[in-house]
Design a protein around this ligand. Structure first.
Ligand code: SAM
Ligand code: SF4
Length: 358
C-alpha cells in the first residue's frame, strides 16, 4: 500500500473488500446494488476564495503540478467512464474549476464523447461573467454557482474575499448564456445563515435562479465542524416558511439529493422552487449514484471515503484500458453503505472538500 500526497492510503481495491469480485462488464455497480452514472471530476484543488467551512485563511499546500492529471490523461479516463462504465453525467468541480485555463477544452472534449454525457459545472462564480458564453459554446449544459449570501459584508466574512459583485455578475452571465436552469448552492453560516437564506431566496426568485441550501458537512480543512453548530434542514425550512408559502414539489426525487419545495408567487416575488439538501440530518446515501475523480487521479466512491484507488499510477504505468476499467469497478464495488457522519466512530476524511471536489 502506498500513501498519497495528502496522507491517504492508496489501494487498488478498497478497505472492506467484498467477498465477490466486482462485475467485469455492465453498469458501475456496488455491493448494495447502487449504480453510479454521475461522475464528479475535480480539475484542481486550488481556489481563489477561502470559505470558512472549506479552507483555512492561509489556503492549503496545493498539489504539485506533476501529481495532477494532464489533459490527455483526464480525457482518457473520461472516455473510459463514458464508453465502458455507463457514466451519463459529468460534473466539473474543484477547488475552483474556473482557475484552470483548460476548462473550456476539457468541456469541449467531453462533449465529443458518445453517448454524449450531460456536462455540468460547480463554481464559485468568480470570473464566470467573462467565460459563461464560451463555456456554453464549448458544450456546457448547466451550472451550479455557490453563493451563501447576497449581503456583501457577510459574503466577505464567509469567503474571506470581497467578491460578491463578481459572483452576481457571473450568475447573470450564466443566465444570459442559456445555461438553464442556473442553480445556486448555499451553505449557511452558523451566525447569519438563517437571515441570509431568506434574502438569498428572494434574490433567486427575482432572478429566476434555483436555490439549493446544503447542510454543512464535516469536510473542512481545519476539522472545526461541530454537529451542534450546523443549521439543519428543519431550521432552514422553519425560517423560510415564516416568509414564503412552501409546498412539497410533487415530482419524483429519484437520486437527486435536494428535497424540492414549490414557492408560491406573491406581489413581492415570482413563484419558483427551493431545494434543501439534508446531507447530515437525512442522509440520502441509499440513492447515491456518484463516483468521484480527484485532480490527482484518485477514485473515491464517496465524499467521505477514507481510501482511494490510484488511477494516475495505472495511467503512468502503461496500464491498458481494461486494467483501468477494472480498478475503477473494484473501487466502486466496495462503496460503503453510507457516509457514517452520525456514527459514534465517524472519522472525517483527510482530504478536505476542496481537494475532493464537491
Ligand atoms: N469552488 C467551487 C464552488 O465553491 O462551487 C467548487 C468546489 S466546492 C468544494 C463545491 C461545493 O461544495 C460548493 O457548493 C460548496 O459550498 C460546497 N462545500 C464546501 N465545503 C462544504 C462543507 N463543509 N459542507 C457542505 N458543502 C460544502
Ligand atoms: Fe473555494 Fe469552493 Fe471551497 Fe469556497 S467552497 S473555498 S469557493 S473550493
Amino acid at each position: 500500500m502506498t500513501v498519497t500526497a495528502l496522507g491517504l492510503p492508496t489501494v487498488s481495491g478498497a478497505a472492506t473488500r467484498p467477498a465477490a469480485p466486482a462485475p467485469v462488464t455492465g453498469p458501475l455497480v456496488d455491493t448494495y446494488g447502487r449504480v453510479a452514472t454521475d461522475l464528479r471530476v475535480s480539475l484542481t484543488d486550488k481556489c481563489n476564495l477561502r470559505c470558512t467551512y472549506c479552507m483555512p485563511a492561509e489556503g492549503l499546500d496545493w498539489l504539485p503540478g506533476e501529481m495532477l492529471l494532464s489533459t490527455a490523461e483526464l480525457s482518457r479516463l473520461l472516455h473510459i467512464a463514458v464508453t465502458r462504465l455507463g457514466i451519463t453525467s459529468v460534473r466539473f468541480t474543484g477547488g475552483e474549476p474556473l482557475v484552470t485555463r483548460h476548462l473550456e477544452d476539457v468541456v469541449a472534449a467531453t462533449a465529443t464523447l458518445q453517448p454524449r454525457p450531460e456536462i455540468t459545472l460547480t463554481t464559485n462564480g468568480v470570473g464566470l461573467a467573462r467565460r459563461a458564453a464560451g463555456l456554453k459554446q464549448a458544450g456546457l449544459d448547466r451550472i451550479n454557482v455557490s453563493l451563501d449570501t447576497v449581503d456583501a459584508a457577510h459574503f466577505a466574512r464567509i469567503t474571506r474575499r470581497d467578491r460578491l459583485t463578481d459572483v452576481l455578475e457571473g450568475l447573470a452571465a450564466a443566465k444570459a448564456a442559456g445555461l438553464h436552469p442556473v442553480k445556486v448552492n448555499a451553505v449557511l453560516d452558523p451566525v447569519s445563515g438563517l437571515d441570509d437564506a431568506v434574502e438569498l431566496l428572494r434574490y433567486c426568485l427575482d432572478h429566476g435562479y434555483q436555490l439549493r441550501i446544503i447542510e454543512q458537512m464535516p469536510l473542512d480543512a481545519g476539522h472545526n465542524w461541530r454537529r451542534g453548530e450546523v443549521i439543519d434542514a428543519e431550521a432552514i425550512l422553519g425560517r423560510l416558511r415564516r416568509h414564503f408559502d412552501l409546498q412539497p414539489d410533487p415530482r419524483p426525487r429519484g437520486s437527486a439529493p435536494a428535497e424540492l419545495w414549490q414557492v408560491a408567487g406573491t406581489d413581492a416575488h415570482p413563484a419558483g422552487t427551493v431545494g434543501v439538501i439534508a446531507s447530515v440530518s437525512h442522509a440520502f446515501c441509499s440513492a447515491c449514484d456518484r463516483t468521484r475523480l480527484t485532480a490527482d487521479g484518485q477514485i473515491r466512491s464517496c465524499l467521505f471515503s477514507t481510501e482511494e484507488s490510484d488511477l494516475r499510477a495505472l495511467l503512468r504505468s502503461d496500464a491498458d484500458d481494461d486494467a483501468i476499467e477494472a480498478a475503477w469497478r473494484t473501487a466502486m464495488w466496495a462503496k460503503p453503505a453510507g457516509h457514517g457522519i452520525n456514527d459514534p466512530d465517524f472519522v472525517q476524511p483527510v482530504r478536505p472538500m476542496s481537494a475532493i471536489g464537491g
